[in-house]
Design a protein. Sequence first.
Lengths: 65, 364
Amino acid sequence: MFKIVIDRSLCSGFGACAELAPEIFDVDDGGLVSLRAGTSEDPTVLDAAAACPMAAISVVEVQAA
Amino acid sequence: MSAGTVAIVGAGLAGARAAETFRAEGFDGRVVLIGEEPVAPYERPALSKEFLAGTRDESSLLLRKPSFWEDRGIELVLGERVIELDAVGRVARTARGHEIRFDDLVLATGARPRRLPLALPEGVHELRTLADARALRDELVPGARLVVIGGGFVGAEVASTASALGVDVTIVEAAPAPVARLLGDRVGRLLAARWRSRGVRVLLRTGLAHLRADASGRVVSLLLTDGTELRADVVVVAVGVEPAQELMPERPARHVHPAGDITGSGHWTAAALDGARAARRILGLADPDPQPAYVWSDQFGLRLQLVGTPRPDDECDLAGDDESFAAHYLDETGGLRAVLLANRPAEVAAARLRLGESMRALAA
C-alpha cells in the first residue's frame, strides 16, 4: 500500500498528477491539488509523484498490517 | 553506475532534484550536493512573493526538511563555492580549498541576475538569493519610494508585493510594453494596464542612465534616459538573468553533466526535470517523458500560468479582460505553441495535455 502526502505550499497547479491518477489527485477551484484519498494500492501514484515539477508529492510504501 | 561518488555543484532546484533522483533510483554510492549559499535547497519563487511579504519565514521555504537529506545519506556541503573543476582528473575545488573527487558531476550552477554597468549605491538591490530577499525585505517599509528597473516577472512580483505593503512603486521598462519579449505586445499592454489600475506608476520606453547617492553613499534618485528624474529610497534591478557558466568545460566532458538554468532554459519545470534527467543519464536510465515548459507568476491579484514557450512574433489569440484572460500563441502554421492563463487555473491541465501531445507528435 502507498501512503500519499502532498505539500500544498509547493503545488503550483501543473496538474500532471491529476491526469495520471485522477482517483487520487484533484485540482480544486483555486488551481491547487488536493487528495481524494490518502492511500492507494496502485503504483501509478509513484508516476504521479515523479511527474510533479515541484516535487510536492511524496509517496511512501507501507506494509499492510 | 551503481557505486562511486556523484558530486552536484549547485544546490538550487535542478541540483536538489538530481540528488533526490540518484537515491530514488537506488544509487548507493556517495551523493555530495555542494551549494554556494549557506542554506539547504529552498523555494526560490517565493522570494519575490510570500517571503518578501513577510507571510512565510525562511524555514518554510526549504524544499525538504533537514532530515530528508540526512535520511537518504545525501551530503550537503553548504556555503562553499566551487572555483575550479578538473573534468579530466575528476576533482572539484572550492574557494576554501576543499577537494571533492567524483566519478560523475552534475553542473547545476544556475543563473545570476544580469548586472548594470554602473556603480551601485546603498539601497540598490537585486533579487536572486535568500540573502538578497532578506536585505530587500528590511527596506520595504510603508511610505518608502521603490523604483523597479525591469518589467519582467520578477520585477512585477516585487512591485506587487511592495505595493501591498504600502510602498510607493514605480516600474521602469525599456520596451514599449512590459514582458513583451516573452509574452508579446498585446499581453504586455494588458498587464501594464493592470499594474496601473493597482496604483503602480509604469514608465515605458525609458531606462536607467544614472544613480544619484547622498554623502553617505545611499541612493536618493535615478536619472532616466529620457531625462526624467525619479526620487527613490529603494531600487530593485530586475533586468533578467544570465547562466552562471564559469565552470562549464570548454568542450563537452564525458563525466560533467550540465543541468538546469546553466543551460539557458530558465523555466521552473525545465530545471526540475533537467536535474532528474541528468541523474538518470548517469545511472544509465531512460529520459523521462518530455513535458511542456511551465512557469507561473503571482502579481497584482493575477495568477499567470504559462504552458509552453511562446515566441514574440507568434500570433496571439487573446480572450478575456485584465481580471481573467487566456492567450493562445500560434506558430506560422497555426499550430499551438503556448498558452498563457490569467486566473484560469482550471484550464491549465487541458493546455498542458494539448501541448504535451504536440510535443510527443514532434518527437515521434
